[in-house]
Write a protein that binds this ligand. Structure first.
Ligand code: FPP
Length: 242
């Protein structure tokens, strides 16, 4: 990259599609859940690295609206893993200054898990060093559909004038209404797809597709990608971002 293109920007919001847990486990002759457990450990490392890299927002795709099609064993195992993760990480996250939020449709999740999610959000609400958003039962199209439904309900109730609806209005109804748009979206495992992740929010994001399987993704890999982003020029439809 030519030096004069370097503009030294930080990736303030990084979103990650954590792919490759199944293949990582299969390569070791282990069940898929073994890969997801190893993947959960990587989440901890990456969250802890964020303050050192200037990353204030980290959003991770943990379970998509399409993931229900997986075997019952895998789905149940992932739900157990989310509960275990919340219980075992809560104290650490509170002490590390991490504010945790969950996005996605909670209606299909079991009440026990939703309760833990609510509690963790509440426990960490005052933190602001890093904002960790975990997408569970999340799909970008589903999010826009749910937001549109709530907007229509507000119009019907007379709370919202349809003539005033613009991009900001819709953004305010999305699960991510409190978050800035991601600057950078990383997908591991060599797949170059966005798989319904943050469709609206990533309109101007940079994408980095890396071959590493998620359980092998290190803080050094993360640091390298963030550094590459920092040297990249990004234009919003012609205007150089400042
Ligand atoms: C995709 O890999 C990964 C998932 C569907 C689950 C992601 C979950 C974790 C990383 C662990 C838990 C996370 C938190 C935040 C506690 P895949 O299974 O599709 O891999 P494959 O393509 O190799 O089969």
């Amino acid at each position: 990259m030519p030096k004069d293109k370097e503009i030294n920007r930080t990736a303030e919001h990084v979103a990650i599609i954590m792919d490759g847990n199944g293949r990582w486990a299969a390569a070791r002759g282990k069940p898929r859940l073994y890969g997801h457990q190893a993947g959960a450990k990587r989440v901890r490392d990456i969250v802890e690295a964020c303050p050192h890299l200037g990353v204030r927002y980290l959003t991770v795709f943990a379970f998509s609206t399409e993931n229900w099609k997986r075997t019952q064993t895998e789905v149940a195992g992932l739900m157990r893993l989310f509960k275990k993760y919340i219980l075992s990480e809560a104290k650490r996250l509170v002490n590390a200054g991490v504010c945790v939020r969950f996005i996605g449709d909670r209606l299909r999740l079991e009440p026990g898990l939703v309760q833990l999610m609510d509690e963790l959000e509440e426990m960490t609400a005052k933190n602001s060093l890093v904002n960790l958003t975990v997408a569970i039962n999340y799909g970008g199209r589903d999010e826009v559909a749910r937001a549109t439904k709530r907007m229509a309900q507000d119009v019907a109730k007379g709370f919202l004038n349809p003539e005033t609806v613009n991009e900001q209005t819709l953004a305010g109804y999305l699960d991510t209404y409190v978050l800035p748009d991601p600057d950078l979206v990383i997908r591991t495992s060599g797949e170059a797809r966005i798989s319904n992740f943050l469709l609206w929010q990533s309109a101007y994001s940079e994408y980095e597709f890396v071959k590493t399987l998620w359980p092998d993704f290190t803080v050094q890999d993360f640091q390298k990608i963030v550094a590459i982003f920092a040297g990249k020029e990004r234009r919003f439809g012609g205007l150089l971002a400042s």
